[in-house]
Structures are given as C-alpha cells and as structure tokens.
Design a protein around this ligand. Structure first.
Ligand code: CA
Length: 518
C-alpha cells in the first residue's frame, strides 16, 4: 500500500490535540509529524490525542479549554464529543474590557469597486427594486406582482438588476407593543433602507394589520443619520376601496413600481473606495476545519477591509458566547465592552426563558464534522472577525453606526443572522461552510468559502472559494484572504456574479421576533 502523507494541524503549542486534515481521514497505524501513532481510524476534521490525557484533565485546542476528559484518553486515540465534559461559559461580571492595545496597521489605499452611491452616503452593490410588506397576508399578491414585473417591466429598465419582495411572517397576530417587538419592527424599517434599494421604498400593506405600513417608512430612530429626502416612499393598501378585484390591485402596484423603476434606472455605477464596503461575516454548517482554514481566511479579509477604511459586521451570539473572554479585551472602550456584555446577558436570559442553553447550538452535522461542542465551535467561529478592534456593538435589527469592526448581536441561525445583517446595511456577505449549504440571499451577493477541498470539489459550482488549500499546504491564510478580498471587490462591482447569483439561489428573509405572538 503506498504510504500517504499524514496531514494534521495543532493550532497552538499548548494544545494536546491535533485535527486530522487528510480527505477521508487517516487509518490506524498512521504516524503524525510529532511521532503520535494513530491507534484507530480517525475521520477528517476530527481530533487525535497527542499525549496521554488523564480523566478530568483539560483538552486544549486553540490554546483554550474545549472540555474535560470524562475518562483517561491514551495518545493516538480519537476524541469524539462523547468523551468531553463541556466547561462552563465565562462569567460575564469579571471580564477584562478594552485591555488590548490595538496594533497600528498601515492603511490600505487605492482599492476601489464600482458601486451605486446613494443620497445618504451609503453605496449599493446591486440596483434592486425592493417591495416592502407590512404584513404576511399580502405575500401571495407581492409574489404575483414580482413575477409580472420581471416578465413585463424589467427589460425596459436595463440598469435595474432585480425586483425583490420583502416577504416575512410578521405584522399581525403579534403583541405589537411588547418591548421586544422593537426588534422585528426596526428590522423591517432598516431592511427597506438597505443600500441596494437606492432609497426607493415601496410598501404594500393590507389595511387592517397591527403593523401600520407608515411605520416602515418612519424617520430613522437615530436622528442625523438620514434626512427625510433620502428615502422616497410610497404606500399601497390592498383593502383600499378604489380596488375592485385582484387585477385592479395588481395594475395599481405595477404602476407604482414603474415610478420607482424609472428612478432606479437612472442610477449608474461609479468608482467607490473599498471604505464603502459593508461586509457581513457568517458561517453555517461548520466543521472542525472551519476554524483552521475558511474562518482564518475570512478573518484575514476582514482585517484588509478594516485597513481599507470599510465596515465589517460579525454576529451570532451563541457562537461567540463561549469565547467572549477573547473578545472583551478587543473592544475600543469600556462602554462598548459593557454593550457587548449586555447582548450576551440578554441572550443567556432569552435561552433560559426557553429552557434551552447554548449547547442547543451544535448540530449533528457539526459533530460529524469533528466539532465536539459549542466551545470548540465558538473558538473557531470568532476567528472570522479577524484581529481589528471592535469599535461598536449594535442590537438585533439596528443599523450600522461606525466604520471598522462592529459586533451586531444576532442569533446564529443562518437566515435570521443574514436578515439582521441586511438590516444593519450590509452590501456584501461572506459565508463560510464546512459541511456545505446552498445558502444565498436575494438582496446582496453571498460569497461562499469552503473549509475543505472535498466540499469545494463536490460542490464545484456552488462554492466560490476553496480555503481547504490552507490545510493541505497549497495556499497560505494570507493568499486565500487576499483572494477573498479581491473577489469581494469584483462581486461588489457586478463584474463577477457569485455562485448563488448564477444559480438563482435565494433563501427567505426570516425575522427575529423575541416578543409574544398572540
Ligand atoms: Ca450561522
């Protein structure tokens, strides 16, 4: 049998485990670089003990404790999730805030993309007519109208890329005045202001719903952020007495759409600095290589965007909670640190009210991919944020306030996180995956980065970047990071269509509604 090169990665010299990198895993008898001999077959992405680990001793990865051995584990053995007892999450009342001095980094100058400049200063990467809805009842009608606009109108407006209905499950049958209702309501308000809609907001309502359509175009909650003139809104209610039958409604919406399409069609791309990028970071279907390949490369690209003066959003509270002690030193000041801790505490409480805890996050696929628990997943997940200081923290559905790296508190659910990042003002989305997901959004380009080359090969037309080359030594984190950065500029300019756009893959918008449903 020809000998194969045994590939494994030990991230930190303190780690007592390494992760097997070879596609298909490694058979018993394989010998790693440090002399560890595998006593059993170990799948790709899974951990092998590099030393004898005693019962109750800590198991370290990324130089951090990911669990304690339930029983003694001998060197060369596979460590699966059942062999680890999960540590407690870091307490929130005694963490260092803003203690890490930011490293001065050379600004990155001269990188541009072709975008659509808006009146409020934001920049779109696509030119889309967004049709907002105030209640789910109208979704059938908006879907029908979007189909007709695409077939009958869009050809006449060559500068407009698309028309998208912002359908959702909110608006009525909900406790509209409950304190937590602010989350879905401001999400809908801010979604309509996404830079890719160019300040042209069209709202379709029903007429009797609790969420009044006017609220969706209400002035932004942050004074001074925009002036009233930067958003052109029109509202149409289906119960309006002037409509006799379905066709009358549809024709009226089509007419309204035309007035907005005419304005959008006058938008043209112009050269914009990379500082106008607002890039949302997310991961989904992670495996143990995600934290070694895709997420470090995404984090490298995040640092490049920040150095270029742009904005980066990272999120997913349940996937940062267990690594929060690594983030609080990175906040820019104590006030931002306290805001970060408040978001963690809010989510701890939210989960405990639902009688769940953070361990509910990991999926069977995560575990098959080698992630033992949420602690290990979180340590690999926060690498997406790169190493820049955290300049701001925003709540779910709030709009971005500052350039640089912002933590936007969201659930880790791919669709809810994506929806909330769209509301924050994201104009490009980076999504890393190990197990593989065909994730895509209608409103912004989504660049999908695979953590392993097996997935990138199998899903050759669904994945945009293969970061698995980092594990095999065929590319460095910096090389893949630069590749992602350049792809962001090309995709933002419309020069390159990402896989999800080419294939027409679009997941639904999903609102986060922590308030009661009635
Ligand atoms: Ca996610």
């Amino acid at each position: 049998m020809p000998s194969i090169k045994c590939l494994s990665i030990q991230v930190d010299p303190r780690d007592n485990v390494a992760v097997v990198v070879n596609a298909g895993g490694l058979p018993a008898g394989s010998v790693l670089d440090d002399g560890t001999e595998l006593v059993e077959q170990i799948p790709q992405g899974h951990k092998v003990a590099l030393v004898d680990i005693a019962q109750d001793a800590p198991v370290l990865r990324y130089g951090e404790v990911i669990g304690f051995a339930r029983k003694g584990i001998a060197r060369g053995h596979w460590i699966n999730e059942e062999m680890l007892r999960m540590p407690e999450p870091p307490a929130l009342d005694d963490l260092p805030l803003a203690t890490r001095k930011a490293v001065e980094r050379e600004p990155l100058e001269g990188y541009t993309f072709a975008g659509y400049r808006n009146a409020d200063g934001s920049v779109g990467t696509r030119n889309i007519l967004g049709i907002s809805t105030s209640v789910q009842c109208v979704a059938g009608v908006t879907d029908h109208v979007v189909g007709r606009i695409k077939r009958e109108l869009l050809l006449r407006y060559p500068n407009v890329d698309d028309v998208v209905a912002l359908n959702h499950g909110y608006g009525c049958g909900v406790a509209i005045n409950a304190p937590a209702a602010i989350v879905p309501i401001r999400t809908l308000q801010n979604l309509a202001r996404n830079p890719n809609f160019g300040g042209e907001v069209m709202v379709i309502g029903l007429g009797c719903e609790k969420l009044r359509p006017q609220r969706l175009v209400a002035p932004p909650s942050l004074p001074g952020q925009e002036t009233a003139q930067t958003v052109h809104s029109s509202i149409l209610s289906l119960q309006d007495e002037r409509f006799s039958g379905f066709n009358a409604m549809v024709e009226s919406i089509m007419e309204l759409a035309q007035t907005h399409l005419e304005k959008l069609n006058r938008r043209t791309r112009e050269s914009c600095p990379a500082a106008d990028l607002v890039v949302g970071m997310q991961c989904g279907g992670s495996d143990a290589l995600s934290g070694l390949t895709a997420n470090p490369a995404v984090g490298f690209a995040a640092d490049l965007i920040v150095r270029a003066g742009g904005s980066v959003i990272f999120s997913e509270v349940t996937e940062v909670r267990d690594a929060i002690h690594l983030l609080t030193p990175r906040v820019i000041d104590e006030e931002t640190g306290r805001a970060l801790l408040l978001e963690m505490a809010w989510y701890d409480d939210y989960l405990s009210r639902g009688q769940a805890d953070r361990s509910a996050n990991t999926t069977p696929g995560n575990k098959q991919g080698g992630l033992a628990n949420i602690v290990e997943k979180a340590l690999g997940s926060i690498i997406k944020s790169g190493s820049s200081p955290i300049v701001d923290v925003i709540g779910p559905g709030e709009r971005l306030r500052r350039k640089g790296l912002t933590f936007a508190a969201t659930p880790a659910s791919d669709f809810i996180c994506g929806t909330l990042q769209l509301a924050a003002g994201m104009n490009m989305h980076l999504f890393s995956t190990g197990r593989g997901t065909p994730y895509g959004l209608a409103m912004v380009p989504v660049i999908k980065v695979a953590s392993n080359s097996r997935l990138a090969g199998q899903w050759f037309d669904l994945i945009d970047v293969d970061a698995g080359r980092i594990a095999t030594g065929d590319a460095s984190i910096a090389e893949v990071g630069w590749e992602i950065f350049r792809l962001i500029l090309d995709a933002a300019s419309g020069r390159t269509l990402v896989a999800a756009e080419r294939l027409g893959l679009r997941n639904d918008l999903v609102l986060f509604n922590p308030a009661p449903v009635t």
